[in-house]
Design a binder for this molecule. Structure first.
Ligand code: FMN
Length: 217
């Protein structure tokens, strides 16, 4: 009788213990699930804010650069605005000789003189996650007072609908002029704003100040 009773008590105890363990498991499963979904939600949100933060804007700097000046500006602007970067790269890149506009036999001179040669094939015109960006900072060097034509196929090949587009250029002496509005016409979509021109080797601080003034961060 005493043994039976003891066994009974032990059994009940074991039963109670396993019930408690089960209940605990369920709770932690639920906790795990809700933590997971919270993490997923956060991750999705932070993918946006990983590029841009409190402004709620998601920006990308798209640029072409022949000899590196625009690339430098593009990188500084992207850094200052927490934007992504996309470089427009011609399949057949321009060498230093190609870019020598003083030589009338250079590639740029030939392309300048015969616009049919300005249809420059690019490595890629498709930006990963393009739809997710609401702001495009669009950089190029001035060539004969126009946006360098290697950007044309990118502009024609992408839909800028719903995006604010902010052009910027680098040049030796000329201002941005109507180079940005000509690109806007070429694109046919997007809200293209007045752009900004930077001298070839502008101070880092002027570039950063301009980028800051856009309030994209
Ligand atoms: C083919 C060619 C044409 C250019 N035309 C102009 C021009 O019309 N006005 C100007 O101020 N600078 C002109 N430049 C100077 C470039 O705009 C300037 O060096 C620019 O910063 C180059 O940028 P990148 O290094 O990103 O290619 C020209 C340069 C090249 C190679």
């Amino acid at each position: 009788m005493t043994l039976k009773r003891t066994l009974g008590i032990v059994l009940v105890f074991v039963l109670l213990l396993s019930l408690a363990a089960c209940a605990n498991n369920n709770t932690s499963d639920q906790t795990q699930t809700s933590t997971e979904s919270a993490t997923t939600a956060y991750a999705a949100g932070s993918a946006t804010s990983a590029t841009n933060t409190s402004s709620g804007k998601k920006a990308i700097v798209v640029y072409f650069s022949g000899s590196g000046n625009t690339k430098r500006v593009a990188e500084l602007v992207a850094n200052e605005t927490d934007a992504s970067l996309f470089e427009i790269v011609p399949k057949n890149p321009y060498t230093e000789d190609d870019l020598n506009w003083r030589d009338e036999n250079s590639r740029v001179q030939k392309e300048h003189n015969d616009t049919s040669l300005q249809n420059i094939e690019l490595n890629s015109t498709s930006v990963p996650d393009w739809e997710s960006y609401d702001t495009v900072l669009f950089g190029y060097p001035l060539w004969w007072r126009e946006a360098a034509w290697p950007v044309n196929n990118f502009v024609k090949g992408n839909d800028f609908s719903g995006k604010a587009v902010i052009p910027f250029c680098t040049s030796t002496s000329d201002g941005i002029g109507d180079s940005g509005s000509k690109l806007a016409q070429m694109a046919g979509t997007g809200t293209w704003q007045d752009g900004m021109r930077f001298p070839e080797n502008d101070d880092e601080s002027s570039i950063r100040d301009w980028a800051k003034s856009l309030n994209l961060k």
